[in-house]
Design a protein around this ligand. Structure first.
Ligand code: G3P
Ligand code: CA
Length: 292
């Protein structure tokens, strides 16, 4: 397994963690007995250091030796999948300046060519001027170039009927549904349980995650279609994490827990003590240092 880490100890951590977290279904062995450190996932890329959900944020994670990158996927008016968190373009691009008459500037109302004209870097820092909103295809290419892995979030699935099928189509076209990607390098998650269910139905081999904190009594229902329960840090306890991990998911492996968004060392240490499998963070170096 490809690992880029700076020290022998962190390399060992990454090797154990990479085998433990992302759970790809096929031949994952139960590694929990050996697992000591949660896997670190760069939230929207290393978004503490570069504009979120851009190729610059992917590269920033890579420069820190972080394999796993989380992103947010939506769809343009002409059906192109793009990587962006908010359902409108205002906060992270100069859309109001370039298209002043297009309020409320919803992603779904713009074509891919229009989105490609926007500056998605200047808001974060002048050194990122000219950085663009990537398409999912461009994002996958950059991850592939860097040999990184993807925790793909389907954002606001109710806004984009059929987006699950579109995502699967792009992943297949770009070679991300071959055995090695599905086993080791891809997880698809959403706050929408129906969306996660659809992904599981379309491609049962893909590892899936539900974003949220279902009641313990409801967890067995989720375990029918999701391999991960990924809750906000503010909602979890050691007992909750253990309750999730006691269950087996659709691939017969125990459910995993990846918590978000943990950006400081104290919370990272606490999440680790709770027994989580992964931590999603804007500052992956800080979390790695605090948990290894
Ligand atoms: O991956 C977890 C996290 O990204 C969910 O929240 O709003 O940052 O997409 P959000
Ligand atoms: Ca997200």
């Amino acid at each position: 397994m490809f690992v880029r880490t700076a020290t022998a100890s962190t390399t060992a951590v990454a090797l154990v963690g990479a085998g433990a977290l992302l759970l790809p279904a096929a031949d994952r062995t139960e590694a929990s007995a050996q697992r000591t450190n949660p896997v670190v996932v760069a939230h929207r890329g290393a978004s503490g250091y570069a504009p979120e959900n851009t190729l610059a944020a992917v590269d920033a994670a890579d420069a820190l030796g972080i394999d796993w990158v989380e992103n947010d996927v939506q769809r343009t008016r002409d059906g192109v999948l793009v990587v962006l968190h908010d359902t409108d373009l205002k906060r992270t691009t100069n859309v109001e300046q370039i298209f002043p008459d297009r309020a409320p500037w919803a992603v779904k109302d713009f074509t891919a060519a229009e989105v490609a004209k926007l500056d998605a870097g200047s808001w974060f820092g002048t050194q990122f001027t000219g950085v663009r909103v990537p398409t999912l295809t461009q994002f996958l290419h950059r991850l592939e170039r860097n040999r990184q892995k993807l925790l793909l979030e389907i954002k606001s699935p109710g806004t984009y009927p059929g987006i699950e099928r579109d995502i699967v189509r792009v992943l297949r076209k770009e070679g991300w549904l071959d055995r090695s990607h599905v086993r080791d390098r891809l997880v698809i998650q959403s706050f929408g349980a129906d969306s996660v269910r659809k992904v599981h139905a379309l491609r049962p081999d893909i590892t899936t995650g539900f974003l949220g904190t279902p009641a313990v009594a409801d967890l067995p229902g989720y375990a029918a279609f999701t391999d991960q329960i990924n809750p906000s840090y503010a909602t979890i306890s050691a007992d909750y994490v253990a309750a999730v991990q006691r269950l087996k998911g659709p691939h017969g492996k125990r459910l995993r827990v990846n918590t978000w968004t943990v950006n400081d060392a104290a919370k990272a240490a606490k999440a680790r003590a709770f027994g989580v499998d992964g931590i999603i963070t804007n500052y992956p170096d800080v979390v790695r240092d605090a948990t290894s």
